[in-house]
Design a protein. Structure first.
Lengths: 351, 293
């Protein structure tokens, strides 16, 4: 055996069988989750975690893959929520899943509109456009009672509750499967999208748009596509956040702090990775719980709630700086999940 | 006509307050290429420290000296622990790092000094002055004077002192400045400290206006359109941008607002900035970036 005698054939393990076992190992607890977890865990932790992952995924396509920094994630979530409310109220014949898709499309159209400045301006200057969206929609949805149907508290809630094709999804399990189904579907689509020509165009634009333009990447189209797709996903995430998690929402549910939260999710999780959105969302939803628990045990509940909030905020800030310094690629890298560079993924990347 | 003039002058004077916040950003951006999101929270921190010290019975000058000392210490710490490890990272990374920094500074400021609204009295009477039949706020006039003085002082610092020349050198070409033996880390510390002091001045004026509270840190969002219009790299641009934003904001609220149901100030400046960007992508005084592939 010489030293350069590399193994030519991979060790003979039945790959298909292995993958099936692996998939089953993940799928079983995910599907059976609601029967293992308590109601509190589903309502207060798992459902928001899934929705935040979805929102993180949406923003990650725009900021992590296409390199367009956005501080307006909350704005497009807001659009999705208010559009779903309007559709359910004014077009009662449209079932909820379709209303979600149409709301996503509305958010996509508006995202496209606010993405137009990106064709002319770059970098920081772009945060003006997304912040403009944030403040404009906050003003719009609060100013005109039509958007919240004149409700005295200016909040929105689904007129007929969560019903999916006649099935009541108002129970914890219903909410769980509704969000899980949406998240899985969108994740599959995103996986394929970033491996397609569109995704490659996005990454080329992110890495250096002048160079990308020189080699013939349609930079303008790529940027606008990224804005539209990202807003589509954010819109759906916003609708789910409002109706599958909160139950009733207002403009404040999607304020600037929500936008930052989504941005932090993808920074901590890992810019430009799909799984980063999940890791970041898990981190963001679990950290406050962990800190709560820690302080409960350390000081047995003698800490002032306001102080606790500030401590949480400070730790958050520290972690963000620490991540950017030590691990710019986020948790996705830190956890060392090494995936094969080229994988078959239905239906694209059929090598 | 007098109503128009009154709105315009009021807007211009309010605009100088925006300028002052914007100048803090310009300083840091010029010297280190960082869009410092934390400027707003540093402003809050400075104003809150000052108020807390005077509440403890420290005389005003002592409080200012102590606050400045704290700001300088903070600048050195930030440079050591945050900027130095992030040297040569992308501007976006640096921006997001300052976003994290702003969380930390806000948390420290509010955690140690409380989050209730604190009154701040600078001893400036806010009696209106009448010029003919135009009413002008005296406080705004003083604030405008302070902003102007600050602008002049900073341009003197930049153009007439040794440190200023080094600063401009770093801003112009970091690598050339380094090879000439300019201590870039010290320059960063100085710039962050000066920006902190500018933040203190702006924070005191804003704080006297609306009370020292958390919302002070949100003036960063007011300053952003100002920066866009004036350009990230020019102090004159920041002042002019502030005037433009202040004047057009108050004119728009008076003349366009009623047609849209009012309350359009939160987003109007942004819409204006977008219009400017379409015409001049690098702002009025900004430097156009040349990209090489």
């Amino acid at each position: 055996m010489s030293e350069i005698d590399l193994p030519i054939a991979a060790p003979t393990i039945d790959k298909v069988g292995l993958r099936a076992v692996g998939l089953a190992a993940i799928a079983l607890p995910v599907l059976a989750g609601p029967f293992l977890a308590s109601e509190y865990w589903i309502n207060a932790i798992i459902v928001p975690f899934l929705i935040l992952s979805l929102a993180g995924l949406g923003l990650n396509l725009l900021t992590g893959y296409a390199g367009q920094l956005s501080l307006g994630a909350g704005a497009f979530m807001m659009v999705g929520a208010y559009a779903t409310f309007s559709l359910q109220l004014r077009v009662p014949d449209l079932p909820l899943p379709l209303a979600l898709v149409v709301s996503g499309l509305i958010a996509a159209a508006l995202g496209l509109a606010f993405g137009i400045p990106s064709t002319r301006i770059k970098g920081f200057y772009l945060i003006v456009s997304t912040l403009a969206a944030q403040f404009f929609f906050e003003w719009l949805f609060l100013k005109f009672p039509w958007f919240y149907d004149g409700n005295s508290s200016a909040t929105i809630a689904l007129p007929r509750g969560l019903t999916v094709f006649g099935l009541n999804a108002e129970t914890p399990h219903g909410r769980y499967y509704l969000t899980l189904g949406t998240v899985l579907l969108v994740t599959l689509l995103s996986f394929n999208l970033v491996r397609s020509q569109t995704g490659r165009n996005w990454m080329a634009t992110r890495d250096m748009d002048t160079a990308a333009a020189v080699i013939g990447v349609p930079v303008v189209r790529a940027k606008l596509q990224a804005f539209a797709v990202s807003s589509f996903i954010l819109g759906i995430a916003g609708a789910l956040w409002a109706f599958a998690y909160l139950g009733s929402a207002s403009v404040q549910s999607f304020g600037l702090s929500r936008s930052y939260q989504i941005l932090f999710i993808i920074i901590i999780g890992g810019l430009g990775t799909i799984r980063g959105a999940y890791l970041g969302a898990a981190f963001v939803s679990l950290l406050p719980l962990a800190l709560d628990w820690l302080f409960q045990h350390l000081f047995s509940g003698h800490v002032d709630a306001g102080l606790l909030q500030n401590i949480q905020k400070g730790i958050f800030g520290l972690l963000i700086m620490w991540f950017l310094i030590k691990e710019p690629e986020g948790l996705a890298r830190l956890l060392g999940v090494k995936l094969p560079a080229r994988r078959r993924l239905f239906p694209s990347s059929q090598t | 006509m007098s109503m128009f003039l009154e709105t315009l002058i009021g807007g211009l004077l309010a605009g100088t307050m925006y300028s002052m916040v914007a100048i803090g950003f310009v300083l840091i951006y010029k010297a280190s290429g960082v869009f410092n999101y934390a400027q707003g929270s540093i402003l809050l921190f400075a104003a809150l420290t000052f108020v807390s010290l005077t509440d403890q019975g420290v005389p005003a000058f002592g409080a200012i000296a102590l606050t400045i000392a704290l700001l300088v210490l903070m600048a050195i710490t930030i440079e050591r622990l945050l900027l130095r490890p992030l040297t040569n990272r992308s501007p976006m990374t640096l921006f997001m790092a300052t976003l994290g920094l702003s969380y930390l500074v806000e948390a420290v400021a509010q955690g140690t000094m409380g989050s209730q609204v604190r009154a701040l009295d600078l001893g400036i009477d806010d009696l209106p002055i009448f010029l003919g039949d135009i009413m002008i706020s005296q406080f705004d006039l003083v604030a405008a004077g302070v902003a102007l003085t600050l602008g002049i002082a900073l341009s003197l610092l930049f153009n007439r002192t040794r440190i200023g020349i080094q600063l401009r050198g770093v801003a112009d070409d970091t690598r050339a400045a380094l090879s000439l033996g300019i201590d870039i880390n010290r320059i960063w510390q100085i710039v962050w400290a000066v920006a902190g002091i500018v933040g203190l001045v702006a924070g005191l004026l804003w704080g006297a206006r609306q009370g020292v509270q958390f919302s002070l840190s949100l003036v960063v969002l007011k300053a952003l359109p100002v920066l866009i219009i004036g350009g990230f790299t020019s102090i004159a641009g920041a002042i002019l941008g502030g005037l433009i934003v202040g004047a057009s904001e108050s004119l728009a609220e008076t003349y366009i607002g009623p047609f849209l149901g009012g309350g359009i100030t939160p987003w109007f400046a942004y819409a204006l900035a977008l219009v400017f960007l379409f015409i001049r992508p690098a702002g009025l005084f900004g430097e156009r970036q040349i990209e090489r592939v």
